[in-house]
Design a protein around this ligand. Structure first.
Ligand SMILES: C[S@@+](CC[C@H](N)C(=O)[O-])C[C@H]1O[C@@H](n2cnc3c(N)ncnc32)[C@H](O)[C@@H]1O
Length: 525
């Protein structure tokens, strides 16, 4: 068991142990990514048979070999990042605001940093280079570029996404930020104190706690449901109704108005009246801020807060169904839950969290340029737009030109990027450009949508080429189900020189089957 094997011996042994071909490159990968321990020096590298057995027996080891069988030997397991925890992929400023369609920072790092391995055989970006992300989204490429000492330009059609990106990499006046946050929190506390909804909510919570303790004890309730001693479908509506009577009585006692009179806009439909009043009050406070960067950061905090306070059940937070205006049985928590009647606790929590995350990032920040330009990547003049925003950076970009692209384009018919932040557009009044989104969900995945998608992405590549160095490298992350990227490359006068297959784990959807996305490497034809 403690027998030492050379890499070649290990590959032979593993091939016969697993009854499939395990190459020496596979073994080297296990060593390189710390999955099995390395013994000996260069030249005489060895691994222990015992370590290999343990690895192949482990969940990840089994999953890795199963997935390889299904998706092909060229699956690059290093890109699964199966060793990372959620806190690593959402480290510091990467979690300043929710955003559907983000890629993980470590994926960007893998391609733009200066390491090489069996799959990535060259270094594509060095310190001082400029990287472009024409679909910047929440700014992941820019943040990682900053950490690595690389300049970066982002472009995004959505004003709100550009704001998230620029807040992430902008410099922060921490004293001013804390002062303004304290001022607004104090004002909000005073505002809420005058209203009866906090007293109502306090009493409601007390009633809920004692009701849940009696009728939904944890974990006994869930165990009984599992053992079919309680039929959830019969029991819960009865209890829901029982508590509803208590809720109605309290509402009457406090004479509380819960629904808004109109439901035309997002803010009218998805917020209870007391919450909407607090949102409006806080927004008025925000308008008083003079320092522009502080104002932008606090806009993001308020946006994150109101996103968490939409009148929805806990289960439907990600995909809103119908507004909830009363208490309800929550399948997720196995008890009666309530919608939010105040934004205060989320506001306080997100204010503190944002300051902490921005401060954490200070420890990684390099003195390089990053900026997200709001515009249509199909036709934006990067040099000109940048000149107006940051002349010093514009000069550098014109002289040096952009080294390459790292980006994840929208995929056809998957996400509506404006609509996912409808609450922010509604409150802050940013102009929406839904009709300029490439491949939005609302246009579907039909033939016409696919054709216009191919046209759109090709135009972005052709437009971007004007600002790139001659020997550029372009990396595009896409799960190209419709095999459109070969046509896109052709139309853009480029060729696909490599494809990295990345296993996608931890998917939130119910379907957890083997699935890989491709990172296309394109170069000039
Ligand atoms: C997959 S997301 C990028 C996510 C990003 N990699 C991140 O980690 O946050 C695609 C982005 O492309 C943007 N987009 C769609 N059409 C665009 C266009 N015509 N010009 C520029 N950006 C566009 C969307 O607003 C969206 O933010």
């Amino acid at each position: 068991m403690s027998e030492l094997l050379s890499i070649k011996e290990a590959s032979e042994w593993a091939s016969s142990h697993l009854k499939k071909n395990v190459t020496t490159a596979n073994i080297s990968y296990l060593i390189q990514y710390g999955k099995v321990k390395k013994y000996g020096n260069n030249g005489t590298i060895a691994v222990k048979k015992y370590d290999l057995i343990t690895y192949y027996k482990s969940y990840n080891g089994q999953r890795e070999s199963n997935w390889r069988e299904k998706l092909g030997k060229d699956l690059n397991w290093a890109l699964s990042f199966d060793n990372l925890k959620e806190k690593d992929t959402t480290k510091h400023i990467h979690r300043l605001h929710p955003y559907k369609g983000k890629f993980i920072p470590q994926l960007v790092e893998y391609f733009i940093d200066n390491h090489t391995d069996n799959f990535k055989k060259e270094i594509y970006f060095n310190k001082g280079d400029i990287v472009l992300d024409p679909f910047s989204g929440s700014g992941t490429t820019m943040v990682q570029a900053n950490e690595l000492g690389i300049h970066a330009i982002g472009v995004d059609i959505s004003a709100f996404n550009s704001l998230i990106s620029n807040v992430k990499i902008g410099t922060v006046d921490f004293d001013n930020l804390k002062t303004e946050l304290n001022r607004i929190t104090r004002a909000l506390r005073d505002f809420i104190f005058k209203n009866k909804n906090t007293q109502f909510e306090k009493e409601l919570l007390e009633e809920l706690n004692s009701f849940n303790k009696k009728n939904f004890p944890s974990p006994e309730f869930k165990i009984k449901v599992r053992n079919k001693e309680i039929i959830e479908k019969v029991y819960t509506p009865k209890k829901e109704n029982e508590f509803f009577q208590i809720f109605e009585a309290l509402k009457k006692k406090y004479n509380l108005k819960i629904r808004q009179d109109k439901s035309n806009s997002f803010l009218e439909k998805w917020y209870l009246e007391p919450v909407k009043n607090e949102i409006d009050f806080t927004f008025e406070q925000l308008k008083k801020i003079k320092n522009p960067t502080t104002k932008k950061i606090i806009t993001i905090i308020l946006s994150r807060t109101i996103r968490s306070c939409r009148a929805t059940t806990h289960a439907d937070l990600a995909t809103l169904k119908e507004p909830v205006t009363t208490t309800y049985y929550c399948g997720k928590h196995g008890k009666i839950c309530k919608p939010l009647f105040s934004i205060f606790s989320w506001w306080v929590r997100y204010s503190k969290d944002t300051v902490k995350r921005l401060q954490e990032f200070e420890g990684f920040r390099t003195n390089t340029h990053q900026i997200c330009l709001q515009g249509d990547a199909r036709n934006i003049d990067i040099f000109l737009t940048l000149e107006n925003k940051n002349p010093e950076f514009a000069k550098l970009v014109k002289k040096q030109k952009i080294k390459g692209i790292f980006s994840s384009p929208p995929y056809v018919g998957l996400i509506d990027y404006h609509e996912q932040h409808a609450y922010a557009y509604d409150l802050f009044g940013f102009k929406r450009n839904d009709e300029l989104e490439i491949g939005p969900l609302y246009k579907g995945q039909g033939k016409q949508a696919r054709e216009s998608y191919i046209e759109g992405i090709s135009q972005v590549l052709i437009n971007s080429k004007r600002f790139l160095q001659e020997d550029f490298d372009i990396f595009l992350v896409a799960n190209d189900k419709y095999n459109m990227y070969p046509t896109i490359a052709e139309k853009s006068g480029m060729k696909i020189v490599n494809q990295y297959k990345r296993p996608v784990l931890n998917r939130t959807e119910k379907n957890k089957s083997a699935y890989a996305e491709i990172i296309f490497h394109l170069k000039e034809k």
